[in-house]
Design a protein around this ligand. Sequence first.
Ligand SMILES: NC(=O)c1ccc[n+]([C@@H]2O[C@H](COP(=O)([O-])OP(=O)(O)OC[C@H]3O[C@@H](n4cnc5c(N)ncnc54)[C@H](OP(=O)(O)O)[C@@H]3O)[C@@H](O)[C@H]2O)c1
Length: 335
Amino acid sequence: MRSVWIPKAGPPEVLEVRESPDPTPRAGQVLIRVRAAGVNFADVSARLGFYPDAPPFPCVVGYEVSGVVEQAPDVTAIAPGQRVVALTRFGGYAEAVTVPAAQVFPLPDALSFEQGAAIPVNYLTAVLMLRHFGNVKAGERVLVHAAAGGVGMAAIQLCRLAGAEVIGTASASKHVVLKEAGVTHTIDYRTEDFEAAVRRITGGRGVDIVLDATGAFRKSYRCLAPLGRLVCFGFSTAATGMTPNRLGAIPKLLAIPFFHPIQLMNANKAVIGVNLGHLWDRIDLLRREMLALLADAEAGRITPVISKAFPLTDAAAAHRYMQERRNVGKVLLTS
Ligand SMILES: NC(=O)c1ccc[n+]([C@@H]2O[C@H](COP(=O)([O-])OP(=O)(O)OC[C@H]3O[C@@H](n4cnc5c(N)ncnc54)[C@H](OP(=O)(O)O)[C@@H]3O)[C@@H](O)[C@H]2O)c1
């Protein structure tokens, strides 16, 4: 099988295709012939050497795949020949992968392999932020940063299901698509001060929830109305270019605010952190949510938005595409 390795930190072209024998599943594991693998911003951060959770170099990243089961020794719930989607805790950028059976889910016939691989990370993250923590309700206003990205598009759909209104920040070229997706107000955060825009749009009141993976936490906090919740779940502004730039990231890291409990109390605001990658010991919870999401996708209540699928061997182009901010929805690798 072929897989894509990050041998060292570097630009997209550092990614390397290597051949190796198929992995052998242990008892309780499933061998999946991969048809589609999700690309996440975390993979870009790993390639830049900024992602503390990534395995040491050389490594194969990739959190999610879809494909067909080839072997499933001592597994009763999943059988060879079945179409599945799986959470992979790295190793997904490959033509074959072994995964514990608890992390594997039947892929409904109504969904393509591409749609299946576009669900796990983006939608689970959005579910944790908006339902578990955010308690999003009808009539609330939610500010979604990078709204046209993979997580952003998933979050928009969950907000609309809840009857909440979305204000989205994104590069200007994506605003038409965001409006079509149901976003009521779009903000080009690259040319406009998003805090001033939110104040104007909400008549000075602010929003009820902000989802921020860019790292603009201080300004996002100021956008909250009383009883508002800020969900911090990433720091994409640390990725300043195609090549690693640790020095460039330092001022941004130093600018991360501390939120004092007394200040939070008096403002009636909450600051929340979410990291899906630190919930592997809650596979019971992830399973429950994944099964619900797959049922939602089968019934058409959610629709994964796929921006572009690249051949696995062209993973470098997929990383470059995402870093050039060209994606609207999910980026995939197919094999
Ligand atoms: N904590 C968690 O559990 C968790 C899980 C999943 C994802 N995340 C985080 O959520 C964010 C979104 O992830 P994703 O995988 O769905 O990616 P994504 O949003 O599809 O990422 C690409 C988009 O991010 C925007 N962006 C913002 N800063 C950027 C930068 N410095 N370089 C390139 N693009 C930048 C660009 O859109 P615009 O220019 O239109 O804004 C770009 O198109 C990432 O920060 C990721 O690390 C966290």
